[in-house]
Ligand binder design. Structure first.
Ligand SMILES: [Fe+2]
Length: 425
């Protein structure tokens, strides 16, 4: 914990102290009966098992099915029990997924669970009676579950933002997209758990816990599948970079420049991810071009040029095979079209060329001018910008060139400022 940023330490102390006050007060204010201790043991165990099987999210943090257990406990039991279940769920995690994790993480997690359960319990107080399945009560349960989720995600986003030096909002929005489907699946399960426990006690609850673990497993498979797509993209780019010495690092830089432009024109988060894949893979078709031609130092013959000009179409064909990247194929196909219609392979012009392809074309041209080649040294940033402006309106989209010049003040600005944003999927 010594090496952690001061701002995280401050946040850690505030949340932990707040949770301790809530927890101790809740325990002291309750008249504990044997049945409450029994509930605490059963639900504490379920919470610890759930929290021991986390599924990592792409922007840091993770989700577990513990949410359903916490909500169920908050609905059924007095505050002292539900808040203790949340604390146990955070502190007593076990298994290989959490092995080697620093202890402060457990303390922080337990604390933010306690704070989130406290926020949810405030909403639950709106129900005058005990547990029931009346429509209005169900709405209150849903509102309480939503309050829990919001508090939980907000605290995690602030902590991750401070720890990783990223914008908490960026993490918050990214993780909300993952957390909402998880929430939709787990809230009904939490309510069902409450209903079954109320009618059939712990035996029925254990039966329901199995589908809960299956739902967690399905979510894990989905996250793994996304990860596999990213690995496929990386493997494809590495295969190309091993073949063509110039391309080494080029794809990644084009990706960074393209994302910088996309952010400036406020492209949606999802489209930016799509553009990043397309930019990184734009030259993948060069896999189908002979190494002797790609690395040739002298002038190329017309036949050799034909072979190079085939790479956008070959690239589209390769990418088409991967279902997830299907749309990207079209952008890869058109990244050598010219704004005046004199490009290849289809000779389309202006806005007929997909926006993403026009952005990649500008980024690609800039990087080609500033990169060192075997036969010449790369030109400076100012020279490259002057060249982009010269060909704006003929080879390149003038509007995109203007935005590019605004965003890329110098090579170093983009290369340092944007790296952190590209590490996320
Ligand atoms: Fe290309």
């Amino acid at each position: 914990m010594k090496d952690l940023p001061k701002s995280f330490k401050r946040l850690f102390i505030v949340i932990t102290l707040l949770a301790l006050v809530i927890w101790i007060r809740a325990i002291c204010q309750m008249n504990w009966a044997m049945i409450d201790v029994f509930h605490l043991l059963i639900f504490g165990l379920l919470a610890a098992v759930s929290e021991s099987l986390p599924v990592s999210l792409p922007r840091g943090g993770y989700v577990t099915v513990g949410f359903a257990v916490f909500i169920c406990a908050a609905i059924l039991f007095p505050f002292g029990v539900s808040v203790s279940v949340a604390a146990i769920g955070g502190l007593f995690v076990f298994g290989k997924e959490v092995q080697g994790e620093p202890f402060y993480k457990r303390v922080f997690n337990a604390s933010q669970f306690v704070v989130a359960i406290c926020a949810a319990s405030v909403v639950l107080k709106l129900t005058a009676t005990g547990f029931s399945a009346a429509p209005l009560t169900i709405i209150i349960y849903l509102a309480a579950a939503f309050t829990y989720m919001l508090t939980n995600i907000t605290l995690v986003a602030i902590a991750l933002g401070v720890l990783q030096n990223k914008s908490p909002w960026f993490i918050w929005f990214g993780n909300m997209k993952w957390a909402v489907p998880n929430f939709m699946a787990l809230v009904p399960l939490g309510l069902l758990m409450a209903l079954i426990y109320d009618n059939y006690s712990s035996g029925g609850l254990l039966l329901l816990f199995i589908p809960l673990l299956i739902s967690r497993h399905s979510f894990q498979l989905y996250v793994d599948m996304r990860e596999n797509y990213l690995n496929t993209v990386e493997a494809l780019v590495q295969a190309l970079e091993a073949k063509d010495t110039y391309t080494s690092g080029h794809s990644e830089r084009v990706g960074k420049f393209a994302v910088a432009v996309a952010e400036e024109i406020k492209m949606s988060d999802e489209k930016i991810v799509f553009l990043k894949y397309a930019a990184v893979l734009h030259d993948i078709g060069k896999i189908g071009v002979s190494e002797a031609i790609l690395n040739k130092e002298g002038k190329l013959l017309e036949l050799e040029w034909d072979s190079i000009r085939a790479h956008p179409v070959i690239g589209q064909t390769i990418i088409k095979k991967i279902k997830f990247l299907f749309d990207i194929g079209l952008v890869v196909r058109h990244h050598h079209e010219r704004y005046d219609g004199k490009g290849y392979p289809d000779g389309i012009k202006g806005e007929e060329i997909p926006l993403e392809a026009r952005i990649i074309a500008v980024a690609d041209t800039y990087d080609a001018i500033t990169s060192d080649r075997i036969y010449r040294k790369g030109r400076t940033h100012d020279e490259a910008i002057a060249e982009l402006k010269r060909v704006a309106g003929t080879q390149l989209d003038p509007e995109i060139v203007e935005i590019f010049c605004k965003v890329v003040k110098s090579e170093s600005t983009v290369r340092t400022v944007r790296t952190d944003q590209l590490q996320t999927a």
